[in-house]
Design a protein around this ligand. Structure first.
Ligand code: R5P
Length: 301
């Protein structure tokens, strides 16, 4: 195999450095500055000619800047003679706009996919991509996208950290789309799972309802979702579960987007534990997904 180089933006540093270590690859952070007019300056600080290059780009908060910086990096890598480029976009932004909910809306994720294809990456690896209407990311990105899951790492974390969480716990998915994560986590932990029904009234206001009865033996709940953004979904789910008499509640998710007062909301809920994976940096990104990324990259390199 040709030599491997892992690059990252500042936000991807922790995840990328761990991934590079597991791959025994060279590692560097791409130099990035912002000019006074808002334009970005990017520089790749090592020689990539003839190498397999893996840019790990965590996209959060300044989403549009992060996307443009990724495009600049991808195009520059080809120009500098990289042999193969495997982009890792652990959290794919704009994926929630995968449908035209009102006439005239942009199909944002389709445009993002076109832009990423235009700058050319041999493969794009992402984690638990949120494509609820479309389902399979390959319908938008083509065959060269690999969607891995953070749920196995979440299960390992729970087993190590809370080995006492046994038969009396139930896994809860807040909405229909979370069934894939709730069922996988339930299977890995040997627990039953239930999936709720969710209605969203505004960015922060959601209502969840039971769509089947809660198993009688359940005394504790483990809520799993792909994203925590404003925290509205988790707050409503916790309130419902408490009304049902389950007071020991654990919350886990893949992507800590944590917009608005999301982190504050989660921290105020009196949870037994809460944590997310390190696809995005945050004070609660304590579950490491570098292992799953490294395995996927090894298969593609
Ligand atoms: C939505 O379908 C997602 O799976 C998450 O439930 C949602 O993005 C969470 O957002 P928030 O924290 O703002 O409720």
């Amino acid at each position: 195999m040709s030599s491997l180089v892992v690059l990252s933006n500042e936000k991807g540093f922790n995840l990328a450095r761990r991934t590079a270590y597991l791959l025994n690859a060279e590692f560097a952070v791409v130099e990035q500055k912002t000019f006074p007019d808002g334009e970005l300056y990017l520089r790749i600080p090592l020689d990539v000619r003839g190498k397999i290059v893996v840019p790990v780009w965590s996209i959060k908060e300044e989403i549009n800047n992060d996307l443009v910086s990724l495009m600049l990096v991808l195009d520059t890598l080809w120009d500098l003679g990289a042999k193969k480029v495997i982009s890792v976009v652990p959290y794919m932004p704009y994926a929630r706009q995968d449908s035209r909910f009102k006439d005239g809306e942009a199909l944002s994720i389709v445009t993002i996919a076109k832009l990423l294809r235009a700058v050319h990456s041999d493969y794009v690896v992402t984690v638990d991509m949120h494509l609820h209407r479309i389902g399979d990311p390959r319908f938008v990105f083509g065959e060269k996208i690999i969607n891995v899951s953070g749920v196995d790492a979440i299960a390992d974390y729970i087993k190590n950290r809370h080995p006492q969480l046994g038969g009396k716990a139930i896994v809860v998915g807040p909405d229909e789309e979370s069934e894939q994560w709730a069922s996988r986590l339930g299977m890995l932990l040997g627990l039953k799972w239930v999936v709720l029904e969710k209605e969203r009234y505004s960015a922060e206001e959601v209502e969840v309802k039971l769509r089947e009865s809660m198993p009688r033996e359940a005394e504790k709940a483990i809520i799993i979702d792909d994203i925590i953004s404003t925290g509205g979904t988790i707050e409503s789910t916790v309130n419902l579960i408490r009304k049902l008499g389950l007071n020991e509640i654990y919350v886990y998710c893949t992507h800590p987007v944590l917009s608005a007062s999301g982190l504050y909301k989660i921290a105020s809920l009196g949870l037994a534990d809460y944590a997310c994976t390190n696809t995005l940096p945050s004070p609660i990104s304590t579950i490491d997904v570098s292992g799953v990324l490294a395995s996927s990259i090894k298969n593609l390199a």
